[in-house]
Design a protein around this ligand. Sequence first.
Ligand SMILES: [Zn+2]
Ligand SMILES: [Zn+2]
Length: 280
Amino acid sequence: MRVQLCGVRGSTSAPGAEFVRYGGHTSCVAVAHDQDVVPTLILDAGSGLRQVTPLLAGRAFSGTILLTHLHWDHVHGLPFFRAGDRDDAQVTVLLPDQQHEASAEAVLERGMSPPHFPIRPRDLLGAWTFGTISPGRLAAEGFTVEAREIPHKGGRTFGYRISDGRSVLAYLPDHCPTSLGPGPSGWGEYHDAAVELAAGADVLMHDAQLLEQEVAAEAAFGHAAGAYAVGLGAVAGARQVLLFHHKPDRTDDELDKLGSRLSGGPVPVTVAAQGETLSL
Ligand SMILES: [Zn+2]
Ligand SMILES: [Zn+2]
């Protein structure tokens, strides 16, 4: 599969000269089958969703957008997705079942409707459908997706394990493992859902919002340290860890330092940068 990083930032966008190398757009990853020219599966719809339109080279998007959860940094790109907001687009949006709440469309509309935003999800051009998913296995765009609920903060959140039958991408952009305890390292518990999603994955793309020294004061906001991501990769036998969902004020130079400090361990580690393509 081909994995294109269209937004790697967490919480809110990060414009400015100190952020140009790793990029300022919030979470969005476009996934394509090897043989396909264009992506058909999109993970999260942060502001990075705008970067998917050029990948489609003038075509309308036809495929599925899989949301891990509904925080702003994972949905605010939806109305700015030009390749999806046109008459010939066909878009399926899937999000975690909210349990006792309204339909997928109604839940999205709470954040995307006047007075918060001028239009509603149903006002997007093209054929858009909205649905919820439960933990378990589903098929989407020729991929097999395993969904598991993982701890975060303020809203049900899933991690995903995506396979094309040959390669596996584990995607856990927002994850608060310390909410289940300190674990062996102090950076959070290596709990079953996280380990099973990441088991033997070619790439584990994981929340790296915090530095170790920030965990005590800031983990309650719902995120993990990069060191936890590396530990999880080692425990789960992942082949590579990709640090993702960078804190919005983490500069390029600081991310360089993070990457070099965490590399050289049991698992190869790289720092996700907007615009990169991974071939798995
Ligand atoms: Zn986030
Ligand atoms: Zn979140």
